[in-house]
Design a protein around this ligand. Structure first.
Ligand SMILES: N[C@@H](Cc1c[nH]c[nH+]1)C(=O)O
Length: 368
C-alpha cells in the first residue's frame, strides 16, 4: 500500500476539470442568487443524531460517522446538505420571515457508492425554499433549477417527475394495503415488478403503466385516480409542468422511489443530454423543528461532477504565453481584455510546456 493512492470512491480533481467545476458552480449559484437565494455554508460534520432526525421520514442514512475525540460525541459527515439547510432554517434562522430562500454548495460524503455515481465524495449544490411546499413554490424551485443549469451552459435538460408519497396516500385511502406491506409494495412498484405487485395488491398494477412522456402518463394517472385521492397532486404536477413546456423534456414516473427517501408529494430527477444518469433531483419535504413542529419546504440539489465529466462544463483552455522580459504592463493590459496570461520565468520555457494556445508577439495575441 502506498500513500499516493486514494481510498475507493475518492479522487482528486485536476485542471482543467476542477476549474470547469468551479465555473459551473459559480454560474449555478449566480443564477440562484439572482432569484433571491442567498448562500448558506453549513459545517462539514455535525452531531449524527441531529442530522438524521431533521427531515421527516428520512431513513437512517448510510453516513460516514466517527467518534469525535474532542466532544466524545458521534459525528456524521454530511451525505446531503438539505437536512443541514433545514437545521439552519429551523434554528438560527427560525425567526426569519417565511419563506426563507437559501443556496449552498460543498462536498458531501456517501458511505457507499450509488447509482448517481461510483464516487463517494461528490460536490453538491442547490437551493432550498423553506416555509412553503405549494404548487407556486415548487414551480419556482423547478424553474430556478432549470435557469441555473441553462446559465451554466447545460443543454438538453429533461425532468422526470414522481409522486414519492403516492403509495402511502392510496394505501391510507381508496386502495388499502396492510401497513407492513407498504414498503415492499413501493419497492416492487419502483422496480416495475408486475408479478411482485400483483402478489401484494393487484389494484396498483396500472401505476406501472402510467410512466412515460408527461402528458399521456398524466392522463393515464388521472384515469386511474379512483375517488380523486390524487386530484390535488395531479393538478399541481400539471401546473408545474405547464410552466416548463417547450423548454425542457418532461416525463412522469409516479412510482419512482429511488433516491426520494424524505420527499413528500413531489419529487423530480434532472437529466441532461449526453450525461449518463441523473445530474440532480429535488422535491417537497418536511423539516422537524426542535419542539417537534413541522415545516414544509421544497428544493433541489445538483451534482457537478457528472456534468463536468460529460464535458458539459466549459473546459476550453485559452492561455497566452508571455515571453521572458515582457513589460508587465502589457501582460496586465491583456488580462484586462480577458486573457489568461502565463509568464515565462526561464529562458528555455515554451508555450507548449505551459499549455498555451496563444503567444504574445509585439503586444498582440497570436494563435499557435
Ligand atoms: N438533497 C436531495 C434533493 C433535494 C433537495 N431538496 C429537496 N430534495 C438529494 O440530493 O437527493
Amino acid at each position: 500500500m502506498t500513500n499516493a493512492l486514494l481510498p475507493e470512491g475518492f479522487r482528486d480533481r485536476l485542471p482543467p476539470f476542477a476549474d470547469a467545476a468551479a465555473r459551473l458552480e459559480q454560474a449555478v449559484l449566480g443564477a440562484a442568487y439572482a432569484h433571491g437565494y442567498e448562500r448558506a455554508d453549513p459545517a462539514l460534520a455535525e452531531f449524527e443524531a441531529g442530522l438524521a432526525s431533521r427531515l421527516k421520514s428520512a431513513r437512517a442514512q448510510d453516513v460516514v460517522r466517527f467518534v469525535d475525540p474532542v466532544s466524545q460525541a458521534t459525528l456524521a459527515i454530511r451525505p446531503d446538505m438539505t437536512a443541514q439547510i433545514g437545521r439552519i432554517a429551523a434554528t438560527r434562522m427560525g425567526h426569519h420571515p417565511r419563506p426563507v430562500r437559501l443556496s449552498y454548495a460543498g462536498p458531501v460524503l456517501k458511505l457507499r457508492a450509488s447509482q448517481l455515481s461510483p464516487e463517494r465524495e461528490l460536490r453538491q449544490m442547490g437551493c432550498e425554499l423553506i416555509g412553503l411546499d405549494t404548487v407556486v413554490a415548487a414551480r419556482e424551485i423547478v424553474d430556478v433549477a432549470v435557469a441555473a443549469l441553462e446559465a451554466a451552459g447545460v443543454r438538453g435538460i429533461s425532468i422526470d417527475f414522481t409522486l414519492p408519497d403516492l403509495v402511502a396516500t392510496l394505501a391510507a385511502g381508496p386502495l388499502p394495503v396492510d401497513a407492513s406491506l407498504i414498503g415492499e409494495l413501493s419497492d416492487r412498484l419502483d422496480a416495475k415488478d408486475a408479478g411482485g405487485v400483483a402478489e401484494i395488491a393487484p389494484a396498483y398494477l396500472p401505476l406501472i403503466e402510467a410512466a412515460g412522456p408527461f402528458e399521456p402518463a398524466h392522463d393515464r394517472l388521472c384515469a386511474f385516480d379512483v375517488g380523486g385521492a390524487l386530484r390535488s397532486r395531479l393538478d399541481g404536477l400539471w401546473a408545474i409542468a405547464s410552466g416548463l413546456k417547450g423548454r425542457v423534456a418532461l416525463t412522469l414516473d409516479p412510482t419512482e422511489r429511488h433516491g426520494f427517501e424524505y420527499q413528500t408529494w413531489l419529487g423530480f430527477s434532472i437529466f441532461a443530454e449526453g450525461v449518463r444518469g441523473e445530474i440532480g433531483r429535488g422535491g417537497s419535504y418536511t423539516i422537524v423543528h426542535e419542539g417537534g413542529a413541522e415545516e414544509a419546504a421544497v428544493g433541489f440539489s445538483l451534482y457537478a461532477d457528472a456534468i463536468v465529466a460529460a464535458g458539459l462544463g466549459d473546459i476550453d483552455r485559452r492561455r497566452l504565453f508571455v515571453p521572458l522580459g515582457t513589460d508587465p504592463a502589457i501582460s496586465a493590459a491583456m488580462r484586462a481584455k480577458g486573457w489568461v496570461t502565463v509568464a515565462a520565468l526561464e529562458a528555455g520555457d515554451t508555450p507548449e510546456a505551459q499549455l498555451c494556445t496563444h503567444l504574445l508577439v509585439e503586444g498582440e495575441a497570436r494563435a499557435l
